[in-house]
Write a new protein. Structure first.
Lengths: 295, 364, 282
């Protein structure tokens, strides 16, 4: 492998890793607050892609308007899902709410199949993102280049938000102790909705960045990236945003290099093995906190 | 009515019910065309019933939320297929890559292959169970889901070409020798699970579901019992997978994707986590609804010559998933909750009608 | 009293969570046939001590002996080696961390402060589950009912136990549907079904009304005599404790501050300052 090729792969890996990171943040935040693996998150990511097709292909809107619409619609979808499918189960066993999440995922996939058919649909091209640029011998598209930058910017902003604002403090409190923070007068529903807003906003951004260089969208397209991003969140320590980012980058890079080495069939196997290994040796991930059950 | 009399009566009723069902099954076989939908629903429903029961043993009775069922089904289906595709037709099945030498001349009878499929799954469960069962609730779920995906990808990958035929999948898998075959296998398997659930070990499983810490304080070895439950569940999931392979005749690794696990999970939830009869009833209902009763939703629908716009391909699954969400949100206990169908309940009703004083046997 | 055999001996037990020392160098003895109480203010580390004895937590340092055999032993290692803030470091060299089920098998049964019954199961099933551990048949034999006689005996023994503890009438009720007092009884019945020689009761009177508490005194003495038990309990009801105990240990901030007969404890200035207070029994 030449050094240019190596750098090329690094860039590709970091880029896809950045997208994974954006989606993983959604998983990690929801898990941190509701202790729920939001199985529908990957499908929200898929729906965002269809929203984009709707806006740009069916309504022929310019890309900058479409992006706003896509992000708004994705956020709305996420918040509605939370209100309809998760909120009523807040006091029931964790298993029920997880089953509900699986049910939502199932519903979204079937709904997408019904509305858009199971056949792949072309994803609209945003021209300036697809432009090829060359930096130091590596040629790449703009989107590949800006993805990691965008990711870092979003993570930075998010961390500021969580560490230095009132709603951020409320979120931290809720993730530490759901009941007590409720007693302290934190409006729990607002905090949860806000978490979904952030998670889905980032999934929407991730969706645009993910699909722009890819040809098509189909209803099941979200489930595998969804799982991988969840693994990224587990890897970094669920509940931790820097952890989710790191996990995203690790999975993106390793996946790219495994593919480069000619084992593309097994890149997903590697990801799942990584998951099981992490769970076995450091069940709370790299930055996760240890939780002990009280007897 | 005394306990003993009740017990005898319920055995009598059960025998009658089994005979009636058997006669009905013979009737279906004798008087329906081979392509009739009811036959499909009954066969597929019974296979799903077995797989749902195997998942329920883990999720509903032992309280271990596993999402690995499809992985074990894949393992069972492939094991069964590999050993039963007729030797003289293997060249045709493995036309692209050829068949591995060790495999070329092994052919097992169907029943033996079913058991081998179950045993391979049980061994696999024993191997992965030791580490994975240490994980808590949702981590366990996600790890088993990961395992199922690993199995699926490896089974369909190129290094396995000469064994599993890689991404092409396997075909010419022997079909059911007769109409009754799947029912006999499923009834035997579910009966064994039923015996287990009602044994002392079954009670220990339920104790773990109710409260792990208390169960451990009562001297129940958590690791050992969870492992047993996992192994047994996988054994039957493997047999279920093998039956699925027989039913379909041809399989590829994509047959056993995550959606299959979700389907089974949702059947278990609709039937009631922790109820065998619930899982069985729900399997037949869900399969009948999905494959038969709701079929019309996928066809264009006309009222007085006007086409109703919603009805088109895919609508059936949307309606189906909405029904599911309603069950999940509003009827969380499913059809049966954790209860089992029992004649006692019906007898009690009868007893009340006849105004016979109920013996002071505890049930106020 | 000292002629009786020591059944449980806790030596230098320290339990440290991170930097917090919950139990600090606790040493105590429980003699055969006695009723021994462990008292102290909330958060003193009483339940933690129970959790160490029953194997829920592995102690950071120290050992536990039961019938003269060491059943639990540990010393600070790994990260704890540096963090360790307790005493007697280096005195113990063995690591023996059995899981709770192993401890129960040896004959130590317990109840929980916040009742932990198998809620959705019947009263009889709750007791049968506790008998499971002593079952000899393996899962195969049990599934196919090859051990019919054993199962039959389990059932008879359980029913007998329920009869003795006055729970026979409700044997088919769902555990969570019982009134609170009965649930406490059932928890004790379930513990007895594991055939213990030592019974640990974690606040058996919590949540009971005064009348039920009074009855509990006789009840505990009764089961001690009927089942030849030694009883070690945590309790806040001083009337009950003073009435029933042969020996009392008092701990505060994880450390033992006194031990003695009820009369000695009632007159111990340390205990009065730390816990009992003046002219008040709670």
């Amino acid at each position: 492998m030449t050094s240019t090729a190596f750098l090329q792969y690094c860039l590709t890996g970091i880029s896809i890793g950045g997208i994974y990171a954006l989606i993983a943040i959604g998983y990690t935040m929801v898990y941190g607050i509701l202790r729920l693996i939001n199985f529908a998150h990957g499908d929200i990511f898929m729906m965002a892609a269809y929203f984009m097709i709707f806006a740009m292909v069916d309504f022929a809107l310019p890309w900058y308007v479409s992006i706003v619409i896509v992000l708004a619609a994705t956020v709305l979808l996420g918040v509605v899902i939370e209100k309809v499918a998760y909120k009523p189960l807040r006091n029931s066993p964790r298993m029920s709410i997880m089953i509900s999440a699986i049910g939502v995922s199932y519903l979204l996939q079937n709904l997408a199949t019904y509305l858009f058919s199971a056949l792949p649909k072309g994803y609209p091209k945003i021209d300036f993102l697809m432009k090829t640029i060359t930096i130091g011998g590596i040629s790449t598209s703009v989107v590949t280049f800006i993805t990691p930058i965008l990711t870092l910017v979003f993570v930075f902003v998010l961390l500021q938000l969580i560490n230095h604002t009132k709603i951020g403090m409320a979120m931290r409190a809720v993730s530490k102790d759901f009941e007590t923070s409720q007693l302290m007068g934190i409006k729990i529903n607002r905090v949860i909705s806000f978490t979904f807003v952030i998670g889905c906003f980032l999934a929407g951004v991730g969706s645009i960045l993910y699909f722009t260089p890819r040809p098509s969208v189909y209803p099941l397209v979200g489930s595998l990236p969804g799982l991988k991003c969840f693994i990224a969140a587990v890897f970094g320590g669920i509940g931790s945003i820097p952890g989710a980012m790191l996990g995203g980058f690790v999975i993106g890079l390793s996946e790219t290099f495994i593919k480069a080495a000619g084992y593309s069939e097994f890149s997903d196997v590697f990801t799942f093995i990584l998951l099981i290994v992490v769970l076995l040796f450091k069940p709370t991930g790299l930055f996760g906190e240890k939780i002990t059950e009280k007897v | 009515m005394t306990e003993q009399k009740k017990h005898k009566l319920s055995i009598l009723f059960s025998v009658i019910a089994i005979v009636v069902l058997a006669i009905a099954l013979v009737g279906v076989n004798k008087f329906t065309a081979p392509t009739y939908m009811l036959r499909t629903v009954l066969q597929l429903g019974s296979i799903y019933a077995l797989v749902a029961v195997s998942m329920n043993l883990l999720n509903g009775f032992t309280g271990l939320f596993s999402l690995g069922q499809a992985g074990f089904m894949a393992l069972g289906a492939y094991t069964f297929a590999i050993f039963t595709i007729p030797v003289n037709q293997r060249a045709g099945v493995y036309y692209l890559y050829g068949v591995a030498d060790w495999l070329a001349n092994i052919e097992l009878p169907i029943v033996a292959a079913l058991i081998v499929a179950g045993i391979i799954c049980a061994i696999m469960a024993a191997i992965i169970g030791a580490p994975v069962l240490r994980l808590k609730s949702d981590y366990f779920a996600i790890a088993t889901l990961g395992f199922a995906e690993i199995v699926r990808i490896i089974v369909g990958s190129s290094p396995m070409n000469r064994v599993t035929n890689g991404s092409l999948g396997l075909k010419l898998i022997p079909k059911f020798p007769n109409f009754y075959f799947p029912f006999i296998v499923v009834v035997i398997c579910i009966f064994i699970v039923w015996l287990l659930i009602n044994s002392s070990y079954g009670r220990a499983f339920k104790a773990i579901r109710e409260d792990e810490i208390a169960a451990e304080a009562m001297g129940i070895n958590l690791a050992k019992h969870k492992r047993m439950s996992f192994i047994i569940s996988s054994f039957f999931a493997g047999i279920g997978g093998a039956l699925m392979a027989m039913y379909m005749g041809a399989i590829t690794s994509t047959t056993f994707n995550i959606t299959l696990t979700y389907n089974i999970l949702l059947i278990v939830v609709i039937g009631g986590m922790g109820s065998l009869t619930g899982s069985i009833i729900s399997s037949f209902l869900v399969i009948a609804a999905r494959e038969w009763w709701l079929r019309f939703l996928d066809q264009p629908f006309f009222i007085a010559g006007v086409q109703i716009p919603l009805f088109k391909s895919g609508f059936r699954m949307v309606v189906f998933s909405i029904i599911l969400m309603i069950v999940v949100l509003f009827f969380r206990k499913g059809i049966m909750g954790t209860k089992e169908f029992s004649w006692n309940f019906i007898l009690k009703r009868m007893g009340k009608k006849e105004k016979t004083p109920v013996g002071g046997e505890g049930n106020e | 009293m000292s002629d009786k055999k020591t059944i449980l001996s806790v030596k230098d037990i320290t339990m440290q969570f991170g930097g917090v020392v919950a139990v600090n160098n606790l040493t105590l003895k429980v003699r055969e046939g006695e009723i021994v109480s462990l008292i102290g203010p909330n958060g003193a580390g009483k339940t933690t001590a129970f959790n160490v004895i029953t194997g829920v937590y592995a102690p950071t340092n120290g050992e536990v002996k039961f019938h003269g055999n060491t059943i639990i032993s540990n010393f600070p290692k790994g990260k704890m080696d540096k963090l360790y803030a307790g005493e007697n470091k280096g005195k113990y060299k063995k690591t023996l961390e059995p899981t709770p089920d192993k401890i129960t098998k040896l004959g130590i049964a317990r109840t929980f402060q916040n009742i932990r019954l198998f809620k959705e199961l019947t009263v009889l099933e709750n007791v049968l589950i506790a008998k499971h551990m002593r079952m000899k048949a393996n899962i195969f034999a049990d599934t196919f009912r090859l051990n019919h006689k054993e199962e039959q005996k389990m059932r008879e023994d359980s029913l007998e136990l329920l009869r003795i503890l006055d729970l026979y009438d409700v044997k088919d009720e769902i555990a969570s549907s019982l009134p609170y007092g009965k649930q406490r009884h059932l928890e004790i019945a379930r513990a007895l079904a594991t055939e213990p020689t030592l019974l640990l009761l974690d606040e058996p009177a919590a949540g009971l009304n005064p009348q039920e508490t009074d009855e509990l005194t006789d009840f505990i003495k009764d089961i001690r005599d009927k089942f030849h038990l030694t009883i070690f309990m945590i309790e806040h009801h001083m009337n009950l404790v003073m009435d029933i105990s042969d020996w009392i240990y008092v701990i505060d901030f994880g450390k033992q501050i006194a031990n003695g007969t009820p009369v000695e404890i009632q007159n111990n200035q340390h205990v009065i300052d730390a816990y009992l207070g003046v002219a008040d029994d709670e």
